[in-house]
Write a protein that binds this ligand. Structure first.
Ligand code: UDP
Length: 474
C-alpha cells in the first residue's frame, strides 16, 4: 500500500510574467526547504517557456514538487506582457474555472499528494481566494511588487477621489505639467510627483484592475511582501494599520538560497541564461563594469536604443548589456556596425544573463536598470548602486525610492539622451556621488543579510507566518 504523504501542501499561483514567477519560485523554494509539498501552477504558455529554457529541469525531478498548468485564455500568437491589461483580464476571466477543476483533480489524486493546506497566490491574482474559502484553508496573498508600489496601489482610491488619477498622459515623454504635481496624501509615503506613481494607475483600464486586486488583500488571511522592515518602515507602518496580517519576508533571493543545497541556484528563467558573460567578467577589473539590463517586459524605441548605445560608448566604461530579442518595439534590436566595432574590446552582449551571478561578481560596479522590483532587490543584496530608467508598472515609484529616499542610485530623465547616459555612467562608476551610493547600498546589503539571518526581522516573520499556516492558527 502506498504511504500517505503528510507534508503540508502549498499551492502556488504566480501572475504569468517573469518577475512574478521568479519571486514565487523563491518563496516555493523556501517552503520546500521547510518541508512543504509544493504544487506550482503556471499558465500553459509560461510552462512551455520554462521547459524550453531548461531552467526548471532539475526542479522537475524533486520529489514532492510538481508543476500544474492552466490556460490563460489567449491565442498562442498574443503578445501577452506587451498587452498587459488583456492578459490580466483574460487570466481573471478564464483562470477561476480551470483553477477549480485543478483543485478537484488534486483532491482525487494519489495518496502521495497530501491535501492542500494553503493557497498562496500572487497579489494581482485574487480569484483563488474564493477557492481557499471553500476548502477552508488559509489564503495567502503574496505581493511581488515593491512595498512602495503596493502602497500606491492600495491607497489609489484616495488619489482617484482627489482627481489625480487616471490621467491622459500615458507615455514616458512627459511634457504635461500635471505630471510634476506633488502628492502628499498617501499614508507612509514621502512626497511624490504624479509621474512617480505606478504607470498602471495612470491608465483607466489598468487602474481598475490593480485597485481591485490591491483591495482584495483586505480579504486575505495573510499578506506577504518581498522586502525587509529596515528598508520600508514608514510604509509598512501605514499598511499595517489596514492589513494587520502583513509580513515582510524578503529579500527572498537571500532567504530562498540559505540552508538547503538542493534548492540553491535554481532560477525560473523564461530565457536560456548565457553564462559565458561570467567568464568575460572574470577578466575585467574590480568594480569596472556597468551591467545594463531592463528585465523581461520593458520595450524601448529604436531611438532610445541608439541613445543608450552611443552613451555607453562615450562613457569609455566596460559594459555587459542584456538585449532581449523583444527589447525593441516591432523588430529585433539592430546596433550599428560602427558602434559594435568601437566597443568590441570592452563590451559583452547577451540575450539573457544569469543576473544574480552577474550582480555579485566583483567586476560589476554599477547597474543601469529598469527598476523592476526583483532587479532592485537583487542590486541591494549585491551592494551595487544603480541608474534607474523605469518603463512601466511600479518602476517609476521604485526609481523615486532608489534615488530620492534610499540614495542608492541616480534617476534617468524621461527623455533619454546619449549625453545623459555618458554623464551618469561616469558619475556612478568613478565620481564621488557614485562612491557615496556604493557605501550606502553596501550598508543596506548588510541590513538585508541581517534581516534574513537568524533572529532578523524577515527571518522571524517567516517563522511566524509558517507557524500560522502549519498550525492552522488563522
Ligand atoms: N533576469 C535574469 N536575467 C536577465 C534579465 C532578468 O535573470 O538577463 C531576472 C532578474 O534577475 C529578475 C527578473 O528576471 O529576477 C526580472 O524581474 P524584475 O522584477 O526585475 O523585472 P520584470 O521582468 O518583472 O520587469
Amino acid at each position: 500500500m502506498a504511504l500517505v504523504n503528510t507534508r503540508p501542501h502549498a499551492l502556488m499561483l504566480p501572475f504569468p510574467s517573469q518577475g512574478h514567477i521568479q519571486a514565487m519560485m523563491q518563496l516555493s523554494k523556501l517552503l520546500y526547504a521547510r518541508g512543504f509539498y509544493i504544487t506550482f501552477v503556471n499558465t500553459e504558455y509560461i510552462q512551455e517557456r520554462l521547459e524550453a529554457s531548461g531552467s526548471v529541469d532539475s526542479v522537475k525531478s524533486w520529489p514532492d514538487f510538481r508543476f500544474e498548468t492552466l490556460p490563460d485564455g489567449l491565442p498562442p500568437e498574443h503578445g501577452r506582457t506587451s498587452k498587459l491589461a488583456e492578459l490580466c483580464r483574460s487570466f481573471a476571466d478564464n483562470g477561476p474555472l480551470h483553477f477549480e477543476k485543478l483543485i478537484d483533480k488534486l483532491k482525487h489524486s494519489q495518496p502521495d499528494v497530501p491535501p492542500i493546506t494553503c493557497i498562496i497566490s500572487d497579489g494581482v491574482v485574487s480569484f483563488p481566494q474564493k477557492t481557499a474559502r471553500k476548502l477552508a484553508v488559509p489564503r495567502v496573498s503574496f505581493w511581488t511588487h515593491s512595498a512602495c508600489g503596493f502602497c500606491a496601489y492600495f491607497f489609489a482610491p484616495l488619489l482617484v477621489g482627489k482627481g489625480l488619477i487616471p490621467g491622459k498622459d500615458d507615455d514616458r515623454c512627459l511634457t504635461n505639467g500635471c505630471m510634476e504635481q506633488i502628492i502628499t496624501c498617501i499614508p507612509g509615503m514621502p512626497p511624490l510627483r504624479v509621474k512617480d506613481l505606478p504607470t498602471s494607475l495612470r491608465h483607466k483600464d489598468m487602474l481598475e484592475i490593480v485597485t481591485s486586486e490591491a483591495q482584495a488583500a483586505l480579504e486575505a488571511d495573510l499578506v506577504l511582501l518581498n522586502t525587509f522592515d529596515e528598508l520600508d518602515r514608514p510604509i509598512l507602518d501605514a499598511l499595517l494599520k489596514r492589513l494587520p496580517a502583513l509580513y515582510t519576508i524578503g529579500p527572498l533571493v537571500l532567504q530562498a538560497e540559505s540552508g538547503n543545497d538542493r534548492v540553491s541556484g535554481i532560477s525560473a528563467s523564461l530565457w536560456t541564461e548565457e553564462t559565458g558573460c561570467v567568464e568575460w567578467l572574470d577578466c575585467q577589473k574590480p568594480y569596472s563594469v556597468i551591467y545594463v539590463c531592463f528585465g523581461s517586459v520593458a520595450v524601448m524605441s529604436d531611438q532610445e536604443l541608439l541613445e543608450l548605445a552611443w552613451g555607453l560608448e562615450a562613457s569609455k566604461q566596460p559594459f555587459l548589456w542584456v538585449i532581449r530579442p523583444d527589447l525593441i518595439h516591432g523588430d529585433s534590436a539592430v546596433l550599428p556596425s560602427e558602434f559594435l566595432e568601437k566597443v568590441k574590446d570592452r563590451s559583452f552582449l547577451v540575450k539573457w544573463a544569469p543576473q544574480m551571478k552577474v550582480l555579485t561578481h566583483r567586476s560589476v560596479g554599477g547597474f543601469l536598470t529598469h527598476s523592476g522590483w526583483n532587479s532592485t532587490l537583487e542590486s541591494i543584496c549585491a551592494g551595487v548602486p544603480m541608474i534607474s530608467w523605469p518603463f512601466l508598472a511600479e518602476q517609476p515609484t521604485n526609481r523615486r525610492f532608489v534615488s530620492g529616499v534610499w540614495n542608492i542610485g541616480m534617476a534617468m530623465n524621461e527623455v533619454v539622451r546619449r549625453e545623459d547616459v555618458e554623464d551618469m555612467v561616469r558619475r556612478l562608476m568613478s565620481g564621488e556621488e557614485g562612491r557615496r551610493m556604493r557605501k550606502r547600498i553596501g550598508e543596506l546589503r548588510d541590513e538585508s543579510m541581517r534581516a534574513v539571518g537568524k533572529g532578523g526581522s524577515s527571518y522571524n516573520n517567516t517563522e511566524k507566518f509558517l507557524k500560522e499556516i502549519q498550525m492552522g492558527l488563522i
